[in-house]
Design a protein around this ligand. Structure first.
Ligand SMILES: Nc1ncnc2c1ncn2[C@@H]1O[C@H](COP(=O)(O)OP(=O)(O)OP(=O)(O)O)[C@@H](O)[C@H]1O
Ligand SMILES: [Mg+2]
Length: 381
């Protein structure tokens, strides 16, 4: 499939990180060092899909915070991390290995890059699917220098042989390497400079516990509060040079699913609407009209989310319905449903995950105009 080397970019501190951008890449034909490194085939979803990263997003690395002070929200994570970074710097030691977990688009890749810049060290980027063979990992590890931050995205997708190799590298800063073949084969241990591994995943449950236990710092991202999204929107608007009114920012924040990537994408679309239909300023009216055109409602749900909820309510009597059945009924893969659609629907209180399956919450009935618990009796407005 892919060679680890070609997909790995050693990036100088402070440089934008083309290979570091984002998760699944949808647009084909992007340049060689694009986010392909971190690519998984992305299903087709709408504008709010935080896992969807188009070419436009890649070019918009301009919006990606470079320093911890520009990384808005997630105060708890930032406070702790800045202590650990400072302590490591003062001791001249590598930062302990960092595990980043949370739904797509919340800033895991961004934070990994920031860590390297704050430490003033090299940044190397790859993703687990790009590491096909042990030699792919060895190829990267043998190029790390003292205290390098080595970022592996989608770390839940490591192959077992590579994971084993990583254990030793993380714990002992050594590489087990087999020389020769057959009876004459022997293992040599190659010393590595002490480095920091930053591993990111959207699927905490799929990372093996031996791997998790080797990370000294574990940071879990939650969805952002609307007030944090407003800060991010204002920062992005000023970088993009677009005027964003307070009311417009509030409306946009409510529809951004607590996700910076979604907020930035919506902002760019509103900028388009403002430019073509308005006077260039993103006002409340522009946002209202724009969101309607995009079929995004005030909770940030788009048509597809509403279809999922409707399906649970109408076809399965409100649930419980198994994830697989539900995925088929809305023409989605279970993975996409679980990774991209459900986290926000659950967090926002539309859907509940129970041992017996998914259940529509009262808010789903209310929002879609059903009388609670009565799928067949739609309220007439
Ligand atoms: N705290 C933040 N402050 C400002 N902007 C942010 C913040 N977090 C993320 N962003 C913006 O959101 C975009 C998406 O963030 P990022 O690519 O780091 O998410 P991710 O968690 O790595 O997603 P994925 O799981 O899909 O890889 C970034 O390009 C950045 O512009
Ligand atoms: Mg990422």
């Amino acid at each position: 499939m892919r060679g680890g080397d070609a997909r790995t970019s050693g990036l100088a501190p402070g440089s934008a990180a083309p290979g570091a951008d984002d998760g699944p890449v949808r647009a084909a034909g992007s340049d060689a060092l694009s986010s392909d490194a971190l690519e998984t085939p992305a299903p087709s979803r709408g504008i709010l899909d935080p896992g969807l990263v188009g070419t436009e997003d890649e070019r918009e690395t301009v919006l990606r915070p470079q320093r911890l002070s520009e990384f808005l929200g997630q105060e708890r994570i930032k406070e702790n991390l800045s202590v650990f970074i400072r302590a490591a710097r003062e001791r001249g030691e590598p930062l302990d290995h960092v595990f980043l977990l949370g739904p797509p688009g919340l800033g895991k890749t961004t934070l990994a890059g920031i860590v390297s810049r704050e430490l003033g060290v090299d940044f190397k980027v790859t993703s687990a699917p790009a590491l096909e063979k042990p030699k792919d990992l060895a190829g990267i590890l043998t190029t790390v220098s003292e205290r390098t931050v080595f970022f592996i995205d989608e770390i839940h997708r490591l192959k077992p042989a590579i994971e084993e190799m990583l254990y030793i590298a993380m714990e002992d800063y050594e590489l087990d390497w087999i020389i020769g073949q057959g009876p004459s084969a022997r293992t040599v241990r190659i010393p590595l400079p002490p480095f920091t591994l930053v591993g990111a995943t959207t699927k905490a449950g799929m990372v093996s516990s031996p791997l998790v236990s080797r990370f000294g710092i574990s940071l879990r991202f939650g969805f952002y509060e609307p007030r944090e999204i407003i800060l991010i929107l204002n920062r992005s608007a000023s970088i993009l040079g677009v005027e964003l009114s307070t009311g417009a920012a509030e409306l946009l924040a409510a529809s951004s699913r607590g996700t910076p990537r979604v907020a930035n994408r919506l902002l760019r679309r509103m900028r388009d609407f403002a430019q073509v239909f308005g006077e260039g300023r993103v006002t409340e009216d522009v946002v209202r009209e724009g969101l309607e055109r995009l079929e995004v409602d005030r909770y940030g749900l788009e048509r597809h989310d509403r279809e999922i909820l409707r399906s649970v309510i109408e076809k399965y009597g409100g649930g419980p319905v198994g994830a697989e059945t539900l995925a088929i009924s809305v023409g989605e893969s279970v993975e996409t449903l679980e990774d991209y659609c459900e986290p926000y629907l659950i967090q926002a209180g539309f859907l509940q995950r129970t041992p017996r399956g998914r259940v529509a919450a009262p808010l789903a009935y209310e929002h879609l105009g059903y009388r609670t618990g009565h799928a067949d009796e739609r309220l007439l407005f």
